[in-house]
Design a protein around this ligand. Structure first.
Ligand code: HEM
Length: 222
């Protein structure tokens, strides 16, 4: 005879709720497999953590930053030297930007070495390539914003090379610089890309990246 429990299954626990949400999105198990509990499987997560820090500190910096060729440098100087803890917020933004580049490189290397780009994860690798480009886009547009000698000349030299790329070079230059020399048009556009256009695009690609990781699960090492 089959023994049926008198007790109704407890549907109120958080585990049950999680399971139901999980089932609704067709995700695999929430638990992290043993083979993925190695430090080099954390590089992607660390990159994302740094991105969140960037977003928070960047939002604070926009309270004071003025995207005008007359006032940009002075506004950055003001934040750094006169605003309470302004130097700290600016330095965290600067250092986590550098760390983000290092960790996105390490993450890409990990994915490559463990062969995680192979079927069925090719599409997520392609999304990763876009993410890679976007991270560098943040770096290029952000380093121009202080409007000091370094940012001006680094960007001038970089874009004079970019202009030489056959077919797309001049078009790209026109989109970003919009003038013969770097000036107000370029500063406005770099600012807009740095704080609005690139963040909107990267959030979309990150959501897709994470959705696919959750759906497919972490790959086994080779
Ligand atoms: C903003 C940049 C990026 C963030 C925040 C990010 C984040 C993540 C996270 C959290 C994971 C889960 C596993 C792990 O952490 O290793 C992951 C997996 C993955 N990422 Fe990224 N990623 C980024 C860029 C890239 C790039 C540049 C590539 C390659 C060109 C890439 C390709 C992949 C692939 C193929 C997986 C699946 C790996 C597996 O299943 O083992 N990602 N990513």
């Amino acid at each position: 005879m089959r023994v049926v429990s008198e007790e109704a299954p407890d549907k109120s626990t958080s585990i049950n709720l999680l399971e139901r949400i999980q089932a609704a999105f067709f995700f695999k198990d929430w638990s992290i497999p043993l083979y993925a509990r190695r430090y080099y499987f954390c590089f992607g997560g660390i990159t994302f953590f740094l991105f969140v820090i960037q977003a928070i500190t960047g939002a604070i910096l926009t309270i004071y930053y003025v995207p005008s060729v007359e006032k940009a440098y002075a506004s950055v100087y003001y934040v750094h030297h006169y605003v309470n803890y302004g130097w700290l917020i600016r330095s965290i933004h600067y250092w986590s930007a550098n760390l983000m580049i290092i960790f996105v490189l390490l993450h890409t290397l990990r994915v490559f070495i463990t062969g995680s780009y192979k079927k069925p994860r090719e599409f997520n690798w392609v999304i990763g390539v876009f993410l890679f480009g976007l991270v560098f886009g943040f770096s290029v547009t952000g380093s121009f914003l202080p409007w000091d000698q370094k940012s001006f000349w680094v960007t001038t030299v970089m874009f004079s090379f970019l202009k030489k790329i056959p077919m797309i070079g001049t078009f790209f230059y026109q989109i970003m610089i919009g003038d013969d020399v770097l000036g107000q048009t370029a500063l406005t556009r770099f600012f807009s890309f740095h704080i609005m256009i690139l963040p909107a695009i990267i959030v979309f690609f990150l959501a897709l990246h994470f959705y696919i990781v959750r759906k497919q699960g972490i790959s086994r090492p080779l």
